[in-house]
Ligand binder design. Structure first.
Ligand code: C6P
Length: 415
């Protein structure tokens, strides 16, 4: 059993008032008050974001960047507000370094295709880690196949921590890209991305960080990190689905050709030749998910009002509370015990398949995710079929954790 964790971080925020702003959490599921612990898969939206999207559809909708009529200009301003707010939120140097995508997966595919097609060749290496989500594996495999590059993998130890010595050894003249996850969605590990970026940069290698599970739970400053590319999704941070961000350094984005063609991304089109629009529009072909962008601008304001440092502290408090409680349960094993962890707890119950555990928990109104969490190589590394995963958000509370503990005990009795 793991040593009891302690926490010293306390915030003065009224978290119950914040929780009350999430309508989804106020309902019963299967006859029980909902306990939503699947925030790693997708988090919930506060009422004000729902209201903002509703207001947009009720009064402001038109296509963006196209019309000179009032409504189109209104819609464009509302949509572009997310870019301005996001620049500040992650401290990007320039607004045009914020590229709108449909999510983390789309952001990574964009870099793999637009950067990779131009810069990778036979014999080059792309370095990823053993704890990547499929979204940070498969796009690199696709571009590797197209260019003749190969993939190398930084291994991890039994706690789910990257072996940094191996990372240093794997970097070579052949390495043309390092792409690692900031926070593991299955293990909760917070990776030392600052060190990874510094080391790779010393050898002139660009670095992409998959921040899908980091931006929603911590303060991320892309200039301080010095990341070349940073990818994340709106729906994991109380925003809408179908919307995400790729941050990229302006000089790199400027050199990359687009890979999706169509409206909005062009400067001049003739049948012989087309020239591209400036950043960020060069990478944003076609009519975008406008209402999602408008809603996301509201989400960013909401998170900023609470403060990401407060959110991080509250989630650490809940992580420690939950880890200590779960560690007291006989027959429960936590997978992912890194020293530096975010609020994700993957666990196994002796002899009980995670899917069965998840199904019974659901009957008790408790939502956790089960399976491989789109990280099959992690499950292979630990020689397990999958896990049950409780992923905690700032709007969860101690009562949610207590309900999870009671639910797990019920599962054990049931089987
Ligand atoms: N992880 C989970 O339950 P998209 O689907 O593009 O918004 O995000 C993909 C993604 C990329 N990287 C990491 C670290 C992620 O956690 C995810 C999404 C969800 O863990 C759904 S599989």
């Amino acid at each position: 059993m793991q040593e009891t964790l302690k926490t010293e971080t306390k915030t003065n925020i009224d978290w119950e008032t914040i929780r009350s702003q999430f309508p989804v959490l106020q309902q019963e599921v299967n006859g029980q008050k909902l306990v939503y612990l699947d925030n790693g898969a997708s988090s919930q939206m506060p009422q004000r974001v729902i209201d903002r999207i509703n207001a947009y559809h009720s009064k402001e909708h038109a296509n963006v960047h196209r019309g000179i009529h009032t409504l189109s200009q209104k819609a464009t301003d509302a949509y572009e507000l997310a870019r301005k707010r996001m620049q500040k939120f992650i401290n990007a140097r320039h607004e045009e370094e914020i590229i709108y995508t449909t999510g983390t997966t789309d952001s990574i595919n964009l870099v793999a295709q637009c950067y990779g097609r131009k810069n990778f060749k036979e014999g080059d290496e792309i370095l990823i880690s053993a704890m990547e989500h499929h979204a940070n594996i498969v796009p690199w495999q696709l571009i590797a196949e197209q260019t003749g590059a190969t993939i190398k993998v930084i291994p991890m130890n039994d706690n789910g921590e990257l072996l940094m010595d191996e990372f240093h050894n794997l970097l070579s003249k052949k390495t043309k890209m390092v792409s690692v996850v900031h926070v593991s969605n299955s293990l909760g590990t917070i990776n030392p991305v600052e060190e990874i970026i510094k080391t790779a940069h010393a050898k002139d290698i660009p670095v992409l960080i998959d921040g899908a599970q980091a931006v929603p739970h911590s303060v991320v400053d892309v200039q301080k990190l010095d990341a070349d590319f940073y990818a994340f999704s709106a729906h994991k941070m109380c925003g809408p689905t179908g919307f995400g961000i790729l941050y990229g350094k302006r000089e790199l984005l400027n050199e990359m050709p687009p890979y999706r063609g169509g409206g909005d991304m062009i400067d001049k089109v003739t049948f012989e030749k087309t020239t591209w629009n400036d950043l960020p529009h060069k990478f944003e072909a076609g009519t975008p998910p406008i209402s999602a962008g408008v809603g996301f601008a509201e989400t960013i304001a909401f998170l900023e009002e609470i403060g990401m440092e407060n959110i991080a502290a509250r989630e650490q408090e809940l992580l420690v509370y939950a880890t200590n409680k779960l560690n007291e349960i006989e027959g429960l094993r936590i997978v992912g015990t890194a020293e530096n962890k975010a609020s994700v707890i993957s666990f196994l119950l002796k002899d009980i398949h995670p899917t069965d555990a998840g199904t019974i928990l659901d009957q008790k109104g408790i939502a956790v995710r089960t399976g491989h969490h789109c990280t099959q190589p992690i499950m292979d590394r630990f020689e397990i079929p999958g896990t049950a995963r409780a992923s905690i958000s700032f709007y969860n509370n101690e009562e949610d954790i207590d309900r999870l503990v009671d639910g797990i005990k019920y599962v054990q009795e049931f089987f």
